[in-house]
Design a protein around this ligand. Structure first.
Ligand code: NAD
Ligand code: UFG
Length: 339
């Protein structure tokens, strides 16, 4: 069985390629290297013993997408990660985000609909829930107006899938709403590679601990939570990767109920920023240099998942703990800096 993974050299994509290969799939990756490097292929090969087929291609070029599919008619499923993901940048460059996240999705779906097997997995995000009315959030919780062009591209992406599925019963799609993926592969052969100053908590923590950043700023200590810091559902990236394999298997085996389904991919457990720092200190044996600063604009107070739908229907459950993920993130950071 052949699977196309767009954005397969990126953070979540590379971990998913590994899990797909370990499950016996032949993988072909499309990536334009805008946020990744071909070195990731070596990391994948070290883990699985197999180098996936790699095509350097920018999905914004519709003619090239068409050309690719002309030569790859035997694809049994597509996992579509390729997108840009920086919330702040999306506010500065909205048209780039709509082009890179929405146009590319349309181009891939247009070609997918010409194939015999039309199985498709879309990377969505818990950002669609915004500040939820009730916690944990389940898949029926309201989708709130997006706070950024990036968030909007995820909502629009889901709508595009839903509308296309209505008129094409052969198209089988799943949107996975990830919560906060963190950590790295336990082998430290692949992991997160943030460009420039990290915007996300965990790479900022590990880069501070390794000495690349002076101090972590904790954004706000006056939120209505137990310790005053925001709460998120941090999930090990390998657990996220495995969710794609089971979701795809279900599509390929034609076990899907409706042809557009949505699943929360989280642990079900919320952790505060200070709890994440404590976890890091516990697994690394290091004290982290941090200070409390003002709130960051646009942060929701708390978001964590009701995962019962994925648990029961996909028979998938996150296996790793926050400590596991922080330990793997730290090992990965150390490996990166000693290479
Ligand atoms: P990433 O940036 O590490 O990976 C995305 C990959 O897509 C990169 O390798 C990049 O080079 C590639 N790419 C981007 N535009 C492309 C294009 N036009 N053509 C071909 N390749 C292109 O990001 P990630 O963290 O692995 O995220 C993967 C997906 O999951 C994205 O759609 C993202 O929006 C979504 N998501 C991520 C998170 C998170 O916290 N990491 C949370 C929710 C959803
Ligand atoms: N935080 C800090 N200091 C930092 C970075 C983050 O205190 O230097 C805090 C944030 O305020 C937040 C928590 O750590 O409370 C997590 O922040 P992240 O930036 O790691 O993650 P977010 O939940 O803000 O954002 C993530 C993805 C987005 C996605 C969003 C959906 O990065 O792409 O989840 O909620 F849109």
């Amino acid at each position: 069985m052949k699977v196309l993974v767009t954005g397969g050299l990126g953070y979540i994509g590379s971990h998913t390629v590994v899990e797909l290969q370990l499950a016996g799939y032949d993988v072909v990756i499309i990536d334009n290297l805008s946020n990744s490097s071909t070195k990731v292929l070596d990391g994948i090969t070290k883990i699985t013993g197999t180098t996936p087929d790699f095509q350097e291609l920018d999905l914004r070029h519709q003619d090239r997408v068409r050309e690719f599919f002309k030569h790859h008619q035997n694809i049994d499923g597509i996992v579509h990660f390729a997108a840009s993901k920086a919330v702040g940048e999306s506010v500065e460059k909205p048209l780039f985000y709509y082009e890179n996240n929405v146009n590319t999705l349309v181009y891939v779906l247009q070609e997918l609909q010409k194939l015999k097997q039309q199985n498709f997995i879309f990377s969505s995000s818990c950002t669609v829930y915004g500040e939820a009315d009730m916690l944990p959030v389940n898949e029926d919780s309201a989708v709130k107006p997006a706070q950024s062009p990036y968030g909007n591209t995820k909502q629009i992406g889901e709508e595009i899938l839903k509308d296309t599925c209505k008129i094409n019963p052969d198209l089988k799609t799943v949107a996975l709403r990830y919560f906060n993926p963190i950590g790295a592969h336990a082998s430290s052969n692949i992991g997160e590679l943030p460009l420039g100053v990290p915007q996300n908590l965990v790479p900022y923590i590990t880069q501070t601990a390794i000495g690349l950043r002076e101090q972590l700023s904790v954004f706000g200590e006056d939120y209505p939570t137990e310790d005053g810091t925001c709460i998120r559902d941090y999930i090990h990236v390998v657990d996220v990767a495995k969710a794609h394999v089971v979701a795809l298997e279900r599509l390929i085996k034609k076990e899907q109920g409706s042809n557009f389904e949505v699943f929360n991919i989280g642990t079900g457990k919320g952790s505060s920023v200070l709890e994440v720092i404590t976890s890091f200190e516990r697994v690394s044996g290091q004290k982290l240099n941090y200070k409390i600063v003002d709130r960051r604009k646009g942060d929701v107070v708390a978001a964590f998942a009701d995962t019962s739908k994925a648990n029961s229907i996909l028979r998938w459950k996150a296996e790793y703990t926050l400590d596991d993920a922080m330990s793997d993130a730290w090992k990965w950071e150390q490996r990166l800096r000693t290479k």
